[in-house]
Design a protein around this ligand. Structure first.
Ligand SMILES: *Cc1c(COP(=O)(O)O)cnc(C)c1O
Length: 225
């Protein structure tokens, strides 16, 4: 399929318009750039997109080197292994996938003192799927308290990848449950302001249920290879 020259602009504008229409308050778009070359990230950055999400640390570091002249905010949205904490603390602005307490002191220790605190979202496993990372709802508070106690980390809220139920009513119920968990966390921690949920297929539904941040890949860049 041939693409017209301004396809990135058209896609970004269309997504921004849909986000604005679906949300009551301004929401943040994180452009998910996994598998996309640095040149395509740069293209969107030049169009005004500043937040980008990457799943794999090594892939992200290579792109960050190519794009060092850009003021991009990098979000890690893939699972974090303990041996990658140093790189993540040094080279990312947000960690969206914190799922265990063991990583907290490692991240805090490695965050450079001349950088602002690392923004952290606790990943929630709503559907209790063995294969997926994230903490059970009952364990959010304990992990969040650990993050909040570290001056080099900044607790911002929750992230989730709920099961993509074909039934939209059921999907909406998942987003609503996450919103309730988010409100509960916000009552305990005044700095909490971010609920990251919703992807290309369902970001409007997520926004309608209270997402403040959506992570959109294929709808922005086209299908991944
Ligand atoms: C890949 C990915 C996305 C984006 O998915 P799309 O369906 O391409 O929008 C969002 N969040 C996470 C955690 C991902 O891994």
């Amino acid at each position: 399929m041939t693409e017209v020259a301004n396809a990135p602009f058209d896609r970004l504008t269309a997504i921004r318009t849909r986000i604005a229409a679906a949300s009551a308050a301004p929401a943040t778009l994180v452009a998910v750039s996994k598998t996309q070359p640095a040149a395509r990230v740069r293209e969107l950055y030049r169009l005004g997109q500043t937040a980008f999400g990457e799943n794999y640390v090594q892939e992200a570091l290579a792109k960050q080197r190519d794009l060092a002249d850009c003021g991009i905010k990098w979000h890690l949205i893939g699972p974090l292994q303990s041996n990658k904490c140093r790189e993540v603390a040094r080279h990312f602005d947000w960690l969206q996938t914190l799922d265990r307490a063991k990583l907290v002191p490692l991240l805090a220790r490695e965050r450079p003192t001349d950088a602002p605190p690392l923004n952290v979202l606790v990943q929630v496993n709503l559907d209790d799927e063995d294969s997926k990372s994230g903490v059970a709802p009952a364990d959010i508070d304990a992990l969040a308290d650990r993050v909040a106690a570290e001056p080099r980390l900044r607790l911002r809220g929750l992230m989730a990848i709920p099961k993509p139920w074909p039934d939209l009513t059921r999907r909406g119920a998942g987003f609503r449950a996450l919103r309730a968990l988010f409100e509960g966390l916000r009552e305990r921690h005044s700095g909490v302001d971010t609920l990251s949920m919703g992807m290309s297929e369902d970001f409007e539904l997520a926004l309608a249920e209270g997402a403040t941040m959506v992570r959109v890949g294929s709808a922005l860049f086209g299908a991944r290879a």
